[in-house]
Design a protein around this ligand. Structure first.
Ligand code: AMP
Length: 190
């Protein structure tokens, strides 16, 4: 099984690119953000716990997302791998992922990182806010906090995957098709 980490700051285009990636490489798309938003819509206890954190632009606890991911690994059949979108987001989650996969002698295949400058993050999120209606996209101070959280807690993963020899950076600036082409060129190598 292939395990791709789809990495990048908020608004880098991870959700936009994920569809074509899962189709081409027969992957299961696992977005922790989407999984959390469906828990919130379903009104579960987990959703209630996550809602306030997400709406403030903070991360939900590591154990919560790790549990969701491991459950999906165990219950998903008939795919050639997984595309992890928005997970891991902390070094602790990256270690937990490695440990989860090591139980069955597996490992992360590659970290596919979509990079855009901070200025474009604001522009892309403002655009998405008009389309998707996400509460955490609507308020500038919340977006600011998500970007701050990304730099403080998530960006260290770049070094983590570089050290592991698994880091593949892709320029996320350009049309959807241009970026998709760059991603395919990279992922075709695995
Ligand atoms: P996303 O859809 O990936 O932008 O995620 C939306 C929000 O869900 C984030 O701002 C976090 O509050 C929460 N979230 C998603 N994935 C994670 C994760 N791996 N760890 C902690 N919180 C997460």
């Amino acid at each position: 099984m292939k395990y791709y980490v789809l990495f990048g700051p908020p608004g880098a285009g991870k959700g936009t690119q994920a569809g074509a990636m899962v189709t081409r490489y027969h992957l299961c798309h696992l977005s922790t953000g989407e999984l959390l938003r469906s828990e919130i819509s379903a009104g579960t206890a987990l959703g209630l716990q996550a809602k306030a954190l997400i709406e403030a632009g903070n991360l939900v606890p590591d154990e919560v997302v790790e549990g969701m991911i491991e459950a999906k690994f165990l219950n998903t059949k008939g795919v050639e791998g997984f595309l992890l979108d928005g997970f891991p987001r902390t070094l602790a989650q990256a270690d937990a992922l490695d440990a989860m996969l090591a139980k069955t002698g597996q490992a992360v295949t590659a970290c596919v990182s979509l990079m855009i400058p901070d200025a474009l993050i604001h522009e892309r999120i403002a655009h998405r806010a008009t389309i998707e209606g996400r509460a955490d996209d609507a308020r500038p101070e919340i977006v600011e906090n998500r970007i701050k959280t990304y730099h403080a807690k998530t960006e260290p993963l770049i070094e983590f995957y570089k050290k592991a020899g698994k880091y593949q950076e892709i320029n996320g600036v350009g049309s959807i098709e241009e970026v998709q082409e760059r991603i395919f060129r990279t992922m075709d190598q695995y």
